[in-house]
Design a protein around this ligand. Sequence first.
Ligand code: CMP
Length: 140
Amino acid sequence: MATERTLSIVKPDGVQNGHIGHVISHFESNGIGIRAMKMVRLTQAQAEGFYAEHKGRGFFGELIEFMTSGPVVLLMLEGDDVIAKNRVLMGATDPAQADAGTLRKLYAESKGRNTVHGSDSPASAARELHYFFSECFEIV
Ligand code: CMP
């Protein structure tokens, strides 16, 4: 198993509902390390650039409006097989479909307000980490 890094985002609903600590604790208690972290409010341009692959989908406007509605916490996660492991810990995009005990089953309200984001592949993880943490790459 290879040590990998991936991006996690605690979305505005997770921050507003007071779940930052629960999310971080969930990662740490599952053997995942936090290598970088920051809290920011995304601008419209940052959110649109981040989710560029979804541009043109019916939910894009709603997604950008939600992701810029309040602060988010950006996390660089590290661990064995962490890209896939993070996606298992998050659960399905739609909390109604998510397995018991996953972050989205525990905390999410809907497909849109689904508490956490996680990179879905090694290529996405590399792109997404560079998008938000390029300034950190020398120190982690
Ligand atoms: P995320 O993992 O951040 O990646 C893209 C996001 O688009 C996804 O989580 C959902 O929050 C959101 N999304 C996907 N499908 C829908 C939908 N049908 N309606 C609203 N938001 C959606």
